[in-house]
Design a protein around this ligand. Structure first.
Ligand code: ZN
Ligand code: ZN
Length: 290
C-alpha cells in the first residue's frame, strides 16, 4: 500500500511566523499520514500546523462525516496547541480519536479539557459538535484505521511516545520520534537498554522523522533539555538503516538561512556514515510518498 506523508508544522517550542521563517514554516508539530488507496488518515501531533490540515480534511469530506485518529507524542504546548482550532471538532457526526499517554497520574482527557476550559478558550471540549474520544496508549502495539502502530518511550520530560506506523496490508513504515534526547544529560528514568531498544524499534524504517533541534555547539549548552542535535539524529538514522531522515522540531531562533546551513551540515555528516541516507528538513507543505 502506498502512503503519503505531509508536514503541516515542523517548528519546535513556539510558532515562529514572519518572513525569516517563511520557507521552512513557523507552525509547530503536525504530520499527516494518508493511504493513497482509500484516503484513510492518521495525524501525528496537534501543534498549530493542525489548523490548516483540519480545514483540508473538512473540505475533502464535503458534507460527509469525518473519522480520524490523532496520535499525540506528549502534551507540551507545541504538540497540542492547534487542537482547539481543529475544524473537524466543529462538525456534527465527526469522530476524532485522540491517542496518547497519561502524564504521571493525570489523564490525557483532563489535560485537553483544561486546554479548552472557558477561562482560556470559548468552546469547552464537552460542547463540541463532534465526538472526541480519548484513548490512553497502554501496551506497545495497537491498530488505528488502516495502520499498525508501535510505540516506545523517549528521553524527554513527561511521558513522551515515539510512534512507528506500518500499513495493515503491508508497505513501507515511518517513525515519528520528536522531543527526544539522544545524548547524555537529563534523567528520564529510562532502562539501561534504552538505546539498543530504540534502535531495534526503528530498525529498517523507511522514513525517520527525528528531533534535530540543535547544532552540536548549541547542544553543549542545552544538555538535559530533552532534545537532540542534527548529527545525533544522522548517526541514529544510519545505525537503524533508515532510507530517509526528516530533521524535525526546528529551533524557534533558527531562520531559513540557519536551516539551510543546518541541513547542509547534516548532509555532510550523513555522507561520512557511508550509508545511503537521504537527509532533509521537515518543511511546511512538503509531501512524500512511501
Ligand atoms: Zn516540542
Ligand atoms: Zn516537549
Amino acid at each position: 500500500m502506498t502512503t503519503r506523508v505531509t508536514f503541516w508544522g515542523g517548528r519546535g517550542s513556539i510558532p515562529t511566523p514572519g518572513p525569516g521563517t517563511a520557507r521552512y514554516g513557523g507552525n509547530t508539530a503536525c504530520v499527516s499520514l494518508e493511504s493513497e488507496d482509500d484516503g484513510r488518515l492518521v495525524i501525528l501531533d496537534a501543534g498549530t500546523g493542525i489548523r490548516l490540515l483540519g480545514h483540508e480534511i473538512v473540505r475533502r469530506a464535503e458534507r460527509g462525516a469525518v473519522s480520524v485518529d490523532l496520535l499525540l507524542s506528549h502534551t507540551h504546548w507545541d504538540h497540542i496547541q492547534g487542537l482547539p482550532f481543529f475544524a473537524p471538532f466543529f462538525g456534527k457526526g465527526n469522530v476524532v480519536r485522540i491517542w496518547g499517554a497519561r502524564q504521571g497520574d493525570v489523564d490525557l482527557e483532563i489535560i485537553l479539557r483544561q486546554q479548552m476550559h472557558p477561562v482560556v478558550f470559548p468552546v469547552p471540549l464537552d460542547e463540541l459538535a463532534a465526538t472526541p474520544k480519548v484513548e490512553h496508549v497502554k501496551g506497545s502495539e495497537f491498530t488505528v484505521d488502516g495502520f499498525s502502530v508501535c510505540t516506545t518511550r523517549l528521553r524527554h520530560p513527561g511521558h513522551t511516545l515515539a510512534y512507528r506506523l506500518t500499513p495493515v496490508g503491508g508497505g513501507a513504515s515511518m517513525a515519528y520520534v520528536t522531543d527526544n534526547e539522544l545524548g547524555r544529560g537529563g534523567d528520564y528514568g529510562e532502562p539501561p537498554t534504552w538505546r539498543r531498544d530504540l534502535e531495534r524499534f526503528l530498525s529498517g524504517v523507511d522514513l525517520l522523522i527525528h528531533d534535530a533541534m540543535f547544532t552540536p555547539e548549541e547542544l553543549a549548552k542545552h544538555r538535559g533539555w530533552g532534545h537532540s542535535s542534527f548529527d545525533e539524529a544522522v548517526t541514529l538514522a544510519a545505525a537503524v538503516g533508515a532510507r530517509r531522515l526528516a530533521l524535525f522540531h526546528h529551533r524557534p531562533e533558527r531562520d531559513d538561512a540557519g536551516m539551510d546551513e543546518l541541513v547542509a551540515r547534516a548532509r555532510e555528516a550523513a555522507e561520512t556514515t557511508g550509508k545511503r541516507l537521504e537527509v532533509f528538513a521537515a518543511t511546511e507543505g512538503l509531501t512524500l510518498t512511501l
